[in-house]
Ligand binder design. Structure first.
Ligand code: GDP
Ligand code: MN
Length: 357
């Protein structure tokens, strides 16, 4: 999932990267930042600067004018998804820094350019590229400092910044972390002025608290076939796809794809179950949970709670496996809910007539 700038910065702040102070605007309310500040339109694409989506605000009248203009601005066909107000930095230099995955090499790639702030494709020289197996070593940081013309205490700042970026990328399960520009301020601070982040959504279960909800709400939900008789819910995108495939292989038409992600939030399950129950042809819902960090007994409690809140649900065919599965299955049984330890057993218990069996 590609994040908006303010969402990306929330994650970077968690990993203690140096960022300008900023606030997402709430309606007409001006931010509690010192004048002048920047207003930045939040869109899921770059090139805002060129499109007039980043503007300086010096007083309340300008705030009203600029916020109204930016709310209406379209950047490459994308409407505003919010306005972010941010401390205005005094620029001494702008750099480009990015971490990505080099899939062919199976390593992390670091890209650095001494001309930041513009599209890297338009730079007159190519970026420096490095393959990393660990956080950048002191020798690499020294090379980069020379290239970026950073001296003295700036070298230590660069090392700390690279360490934290590397940690944010790996611990944070990111596919892309791009800082453009990385600003060197006139008072000698290195600050991540803009951030583009892409998360590895297969790892969502590890970051339920920090990552924003996926664009479809709290879960990844796709209606596949409104005439499908079998709905499904799984935790994790891979397991959800495998569940849909297994339903198909058993001779049924799957009605939907739904990845509830990690955790055991009953509100999330209520929303998920309701969405599937609302599909016209659904006769049964497979709930396929593999407990890893998420514990099956917690999921069982969430299922029981969710079921109590929903009056008219089709039968649930629950598979619990992994951490605390037997405790989870006992809870379900006590609540009158049948469960299975394998997906095969779950599928075998589906209503006949649609399946091959
Ligand atoms: P983008 O065009 O979508 O990548 O948006 P950015 O957030 O990168 O902002 C675009 C440009 O605005 C940057 O390249 C900078 O030149 C400028 N800019 C961003 N933040 C600041 C700041 O704090 N101070 C100043 N003076 N310029 C900034
Ligand atoms: Mn930028």
């Amino acid at each position: 999932m590609k994040l908006l700038e303010y969402q990306a910065k929330t994650i970077l702040r968690h990993y203690r990267l140096p960022l300008p102070s900023g606030q997402l605007l709430d309606g007409q309310q001006p931010p509690t930042l010192d004048w002048p500040y920047l207003l930045k339109v939040q869109v899921p694409v770059g090139g805002r600067g060129k499109a007039g989506g980043v503007q300086v605000v010096r007083n309340p009248a300008e705030h009203r004018l600029v916020s109204a203009t930016l709310s209406q601005l379209e950047v490459a066909g994308h409407h505003s998804q919010g306005l972010y107000a941010e401390e205005l930095l005094d620029i001494a230099a702008e750099f480009y820094l990015a971490l990505t995955i080099d899939r062919a090499a199976g390593l992390i790639e670091l890209l650095v350019h001494n001309q930041g702030g513009i599209d890297i494709e338009q730079a007159t020289t190519p970026p420096r590229r490095y393959q990393l197996e660990a956080a950048p070593a002191a020798s690499l940081t020294k090379q980069l400092a020379t290239y970026l013309n950073l001296k003295g205490s700036q070298l230590d700042q660069l090392q700390r910044l690279l360490d934290r970026l590397y940690h944010a990328f790996t611990a944070g399960d990111l596919l892309l972390l791009e800082i453009n520009p990385l600003i060197l301020t006139t008072d000698q601070r290195l600050v991540c002025a803009d951030a583009k982040l892409e998360t590895d959504d297969a790892a969502r279960f590890r970051h339920a608290d920090l990552w924003p909800a996926s664009p479809n709400g709290s879960a990844n939900y796709v209606v596949l076939d409104r005439s499908g008789r079998i709905g499904s819910i799984a935790n994790g995108a891979g397991l959800a796809m495998a569940t849909v495939d297994a339903i198909t292989a058993a001779g049924y038409t799957p009605a939907n794809f739904l990845d509830v992600g990690g955790g055991s939030d009953s509100a999330k399950l209520v929303t998920a179950l309701q969405a599937i129950a609302d599909l016209p042809a659904v006769e049964a819902i497979i709930v396929n949970i593999f407990g890893g960090i998420t514990r099956c007994d917690d999921v069982a409690r969430a299922i029981i709670t969710a079921r109590q809140q929903l009056a008219q649900l089709p039968p649930l065919h629950i598979r619990l496996s992994g951490t605390n599965a037997s405790a989870g299955r006992q809870l379900l049984a006590a609540a009158g809910l049948k469960s299975y330890d394998s997906l095969e057993a779950c599928l075998a218990a589906l209503p006949s007539g649609g399946g091959r069996a």
